[in-house]
Write a new protein. Structure first.
Length: 224
C-alpha cells in the first residue's frame, strides 16, 4: 500500500502528464487550422518548455517573433528561457524589447532585475525590482531578489523586510539563508540562528520531496 505522501506525488505526476497531453492536443488542433501561425509556434514552444527542451523552445519562440514581432509575451518568455540557459546578453535584449512594448510589465521588470542580480550587478537590479513590486506588490520572487540585492550592497536593514515577505514561500531554504546573513550582519544572533535552522530544515524537506518524486515517477513508469 502506498503512503499518503507517495499518493500525492503520484497524483502530481499524473496531473502533469495530463496537462502535457492536453497541451499536445491543443497544439495539434491549432496546427491543423493554421500550421504556420505565430500562435502555433508559441504553443509548440510551450510544449517543449514543459519537457525542458529549452533549445527547441527558443527556436520556436524565435519563429513566432518573426511572424508577430510586437507580441510582448513572446519576448518576455524568450527572455526568461535565455535566462534559464544563462545566456544573459540574449535575455537582456528580449526583456528590454518586452519593456519597450509595455513599460509597466511587472514580470519583465522582475526578470531583468533578476538577470542583474545573477550577474552580481545589484545597483542595476534594484530599480527594476522596485518598479516590478510597485506594479505588482504580490510578486514574491521580486521581493526575494530585491532582498538579495540589498544584502550584497551591505544594506542588511533594507534586505530584511523584503526577505521576510518572501520567506513563507521559500522552498529550497535560500531565502532563509539570506535572512540568516542579514540578521548576522545586524548583530541579531537569535534571529540569525532561527533563520539558519529554518534554511536547513527546508533544504532537508526539499531533498526528500525530490527523492519521492523520482521514486514515484519510476514506480509509475514501471507499470505503464
Amino acid at each position: 500500500m502506498l503512503s499518503g505522501e507517495k499518493d500525492s506525488e503520484l497524483a502530481t505526476y499524473w496531473l502533469v502528464r495530463t496537462y502535457q497531453r492536453l497541451a499536445a492536443e491543443s497544439f495539434d488542433r491549432v496546427e491543423e487550422l493554421s500550421p504556420d501561425s505565430w500562435r502555433a509556434h508559441e504553443l509548440r514552444a510551450e510544449s517543449y518548455k514543459l519537457r525542458q527542451a529549452f533549445n527547441d523552445a527558443i527556436r520556436e519562440l524565435t519563429l513566432a517573433i518573426q511572424l508577430q514581432p510586437n507580441e510582448v509575451g513572446l519576448h518576455e518568455t524568450l527572455g526568461e528561457l535565455y535566462l534559464t540557459r544563462n545566456l544573459f546578453e540574449q535575455a537582456r535584449v528580449e526583456l528590454e524589447k518586452s519593456l519597450a512594448l509595455e513599460p509597466a510589465r511587472a514580470r519583465s521588470l522582475f526578470l531583468l532585475g533578476r538577470l542583474y542580480v545573477r550577474q552580481r550587478e545589484s545597483e542595476k537590479a534594484i530599480p527594476y525590482l522596485q518598479k516590478a513590486l510597485r506594479y505588482q506588490p504580490d510578486l514574491i520572487e521580486a521581493s526575494a531578489a530585491l532582498g538579495t540585492a540589498y544584502l550584497r550592497l551591505g544594506q542588511a536593514a533594507s534586505a530584511v523586510p523584503e526577505l521576510m515577505r518572501a520567506s513563507p514561500y521559500d522552498y529550497y531554504g535560500d531565502v532563509h539563508y539570506q535572512l540568516y546573513l542579514a540578521y548576522r550582519k545586524l548583530g541579531k544572533g537569535d534571529l540569525a540562528r532561527k533563520a539558519l535552522a529554518g534554511s536547513q530544515e527546508l533544504r532537508r524537506k526539499s531533498a526528500e520531496r525530490h527523492q519521492a518524486k523520482v521514486a514515484g515517477a519510476v514506480e509509475v513508469d514501471s507499470v505503464e
